[in-house]
Design a protein around this ligand. Structure first.
Ligand SMILES: Nc1ncnc2c1ncn2[C@@H]1O[C@H](COP(=O)(O)OP(=O)(O)OP(=O)(O)O)[C@@H](O)[C@H]1O
Ligand SMILES: [Mg+2]
Length: 421
């Protein structure tokens, strides 16, 4: 069988065969990789093994709503055609995983694109025949429930105890069958994961900030330490909202050598322009140059805002039967978003928006809310003295100010963008 057919997963059935070195391999049916996977993205250079079985990242996007596909606003990107920028970041994650065998944490602000990155890394890793398992954490996540679910999704075939010809493997047993009934500990888990063979396993734990159990964070750190000490074939990739690495994963000193924290920051104007190029290719609706430049300025480095504003402006163009999205569509779209955003705010927060817009010179207000949007909602009176309208009689000085609601800076940002455009 040609390596190209194997690479693109064109084999439909489990197929024991021989590779070029005459070694027995097992090709498991898998989805075809997107045709443009090779296009311009950094790649894993090698194949972790020949086996691929995970289907979770190859979902065909459902038909309909062209604009929704062109500018996804409520879902992370999981299709390469929608994914823009982030080349350097992808390169460094891939190198860290593949060459340095490190465990990686992607951290950054809400909506900055962490999950989208994790989805694309998963696709690229699967293309290199890694076995990839993805888990999205919740408030109640703990080591036992998270890793049992992951292990239940890994056939025993990938463990040294799983002889491919054995009845156990044929009867659909999984790694979870190697655990006893007691609560999983990092030691018991690494013992089993240590036996993973014939592939490299990438476990993705996304939305890691959501867990409310400190022991989960501690135990994952301990697991990473154990896996590193044993030169395991298993690597962990974590994503979550945090300003810095230690906020997300505890016990950093003991795993510092094995864990790389990579901040996910704002996107450059060129990267945002790529979002618009991709979106226009999917929607078939061009955005004129002036509207594009203004839209990029209004997005403030946020892929979420770029998609949201482009979606709104394109909708306005379609509603009026236009063939191109213009600066007027952009202004109308921004106005509509600002109004919607305002309605979502509690009354006190709405009052704060009006007060700040009325009392603070708009150029200074724009700088302050732009800063807040980039710094987890933080602003200081020392840095932005014009915000004293927010201080409510507190003494002036270097006091850190909090908005009435974390939706206030975005609402003001959109209102100002509408006025300026
Ligand atoms: N590289 C990208 N190219 C195009 N769109 C992107 C990209 N990254 C993120 N987006 C868009 O930005 C929005 C937020 O992305 P995503 O959900 O990945 O962020 P997140 O950091 O995981 O958010 P949260 O902190 O809420 O989990 C989504 O609508 C997604 O479509
Ligand atoms: Mg996310």
């Amino acid at each position: 069988m040609s390596w190209i057919r194997k690479l693109f997963g064109l084999v439909k059935n489990a197929d024991p065969t021989e590779d070029e070195d005459g070694q027995a391999t097992l090709v498991v049916s898998g989805p075809a990789a997107p045709a443009n996977l090779a296009g311009g993205l950094p790649r894993f250079s090698g194949l972790a093994n020949e086996i691929e079985a995970d289907r979770s990242y190859s979902r065909e996007l459902s038909a309909g709503h062209r604009l929704g596909r062109a500018y996804p606003v409520s879902q992370p990107v999981s299709d390469l055609r929608q994914f823009a920028g982030r080349r350097e970041l992808l390169t460094s994650v891939i190198r860290s995983i593949e060459e340095r065998r490190m465990h990686v944490v992607l951290y950054g602000d809400r909506g900055i694109g962490k999950t989208s990155l994790l989805h694309i890394i998963a696709l690229l890793a699967k293309d290199a025949r890694y076995l990839v398992r993805y888990s999205s954490c919740s408030a109640s996540s703990d080591l036992d429930s998270t890793f049992r679910a992951i292990a239940e999704d890994i056939p025993l075939l990938y463990h040294e105890k799983g002889d491919p010809t054995s009845a156990q493997v044929e009867s659909g047993k999984t790694l979870a069958d190697l655990f006893d009934a007691s609560r999983l500990t990092p030691a018991a888990l690494s013992e089993v994961l240590d036996g993973v063979s014939g592939t490299r396993l990438l476990i993705i734990l996304d939305e890691f900030d959501r867990t409310e159990k400190p022991e989960f964070r501690r135990e994952v750190a301990e697991l990473i330490k154990n896996l590193s000490d044993r030169s395991s074939k298993v690597q962990i990739l974590i994503g979550g909202v945090a300003e810095n690495l230690s906020e997300l994963v505890r016990q950093i000193p003991s795993i510092r050598r094995n864990l790389l924290g990579i901040p996910v920051g704002r996107m450059s104007d060129t990267e945002l322009a790529e979002i618009l190029t991709n979106g226009q290719a999917i929607s078939g609706l061009p955005i004129d140059k002036i509207a594009q430049d203004r839209l990029i300025g209004s997005a403030n480095g946020s892929p979420y805002l770029a998609n949201l504003i482009a979606h709104q402006a394109s909708s306005r163009a379609i509603e009026r039967g236009g063939k191109t999205v213009t600066a007027t569509d952009l202004k109308d779209g921004l106005g509509m978003m600002a109004r919607e955003q305002m309605l979502r705010l509690p009354e006190r927060a709405q009052q704060q928006v009006e007060k700040l817009l009325a009392q603070v010179p708009h150029e200074q207000l724009r700088a302050a809310v732009g800063h807040a949007l980039e710094h987890f909602g933080h602003v200081s009176l020392k840095q932005f003295p014009a915000l004293k309208a927010m201080a409510d009689g507190k003494p002036a000085g270097d006091i850190s100010l909090a908005f009435e609601d974390d939706g206030v800076p975005l609402t003001i940002w959109l209102r100002l963008a509408e006025l300026e455009n």
